[in-house]
Design a protein around this ligand. Structure first.
Ligand code: AMP
Ligand code: TRP
Length: 328
């Protein structure tokens, strides 16, 4: 039997090449070998305010991005989280064993709720990791392919799963492991190599959206900050260049050493031009596919995905509720 992977992306902003390289590119490589459940985490998106029309549009856009990137709906179960009500139900159930102390340790919460922001931070935002834990244990995931910012959430998933199994005396949940790209698990902002590339960034030049006009993306790369020095070498004391070389390597499947060799005796300008060509070629191909997929096609894929995921979720909730003593 194939092992299972489960992962998702929130429809809360424009997806960028960091999401693609850190998460989606891994999924594509794994879809043959694993049984994959990939969803659009709309219940997670609403933990921060979303305009209804944006949530609606982005949910469809993300599904289209999965398809345009090469996720094959005949092999992979692609669905919208909120269409499987059991996700919300399992979150509530896991809330009964999750501790405030567990959630207060989460970096994502700590980062966004320090000082005065704590008073107004949403309860859903605080509870975000419990909903995510439910998403993962719902389908008996063996692995969760994500970027490195999600690893702490997967550790919490294991904690909650273990606590539940112990308390209710059964191995109803299995323990998932995070899967990270060897490099690319953390693509950094183009204008600041100390910050990760993020869709919530206020500076447009910090990220390349999958929907960016290719020529706009080229300009962003030419403007990207670089380190002092002139040589194209991958090293920890040149974090900006390191990030650009990583992006180059991932888009071309080339080794870092090959890229270094290609640019011996050449400077940053030539390297950036080369990288811009690579990114532009990727965006052109990707966007052409994206444009060829209709909303109706996406909705049909999502419907079919929900129909495949729902019986598994229902079965899991049934087992869980029975163990806990609910009258059914
Ligand atoms: P999110 O946009 O937070 O829903 O993230 C979707 C996926 O993209 C998650 O697996 C993240 O870990 C991954 N991701 C987000 N930003 C980056 C980044 N800068 N580098 C690598 N992976 C990322
Ligand atoms: N929290 C994830 C993110 O921000 C999205 C997500 C929700 C997820 N549920 C998940 C990822 C389950 C993997 C598995 O990227």
């Amino acid at each position: 039997m194939k092992q299972r992977i489960v992962s998702g992306i929130k429809p809360s902003g424009d997806l960028h090449i960091g999401n693609y390289l850190g998460a989606i590119a891994q999924w594509i490589k794994m879809q043959d070998e694993y049984e994959a459940f990939l969803f659009i985490a709309d219940l997670h998106a609403i933990t921060v305010p979303q305009k209804p029309e944006d949530l609606h549009r982005r949910t469809i856009e993300i599904a289209k991005i999965y398809l345009a990137a090469g996720i094959d709906p005949s092999r992979v179960t692609i669905f919208v989280q909120s269409q499987i009500h059991e996700h919300a139900e399992l979150c509530w159930i896991l809330n009964s064993i999750a501790r405030i102390g567990d959630l207060e340790k989460m970096t994502q919460f700590k980062d966004k709720s320090s000082g005065d922001a704590r008073e107004t931070a949403g309860v859903g935002f605080f509870d975000y990791p419990v909903l995510m834990a439910g998403d993962i244990v719902m389908y008996d995931a063996d692995f969760v392919p994500v970027g490195d910012d999600q690893v702490q959430h997967i550790e919490l998933t294991r904690t909650l799963g273990r606590r539940f199994n112990k308390r209710f005396g059964d191995e109803v949940f299995i323990m998932p492991k995070p899967l990270l790209q060897e490099s690319g698990a953390r693509i950094m902002a183009l204008d600041n190599p100390d910050k990760k590339m993020s869709k919530s960034s206020t500076s447009e030049n910090s990220y390349i959206a999958l929907s960016d006009e290719p020529e706009k993306a080229r300009k962003k790369i030419m403007k990207a900050v670089t380190d002092s020095g002139t040589k194209i070498i991958y090293s920890d004391d040149k974090p900006a260049l390191q990030n650009l070389i990583t992006i180059y390597a991932l888009f071309t499947d080339k080794k870092v050493s090959e890229i270094e060799a290609m640019y011996v005796g050449k400077g940053y300008a030539e390297f950036k031009t080369g990288l811009a060509d690579v990114v532009v070629a990727f965006l052109e191909g990707f966007q052409e596919k994206y444009a060829s997929i209709s909303d109706d096609e996406v909705l049909a894929v999502l419907k079919e995905g929900a129909e495949k995921a729902r019986p598994l979720a229902q079965q899991k909730i049934k087992e869980v509720k029975k163990l806990m003593g609910f009258v059914m």
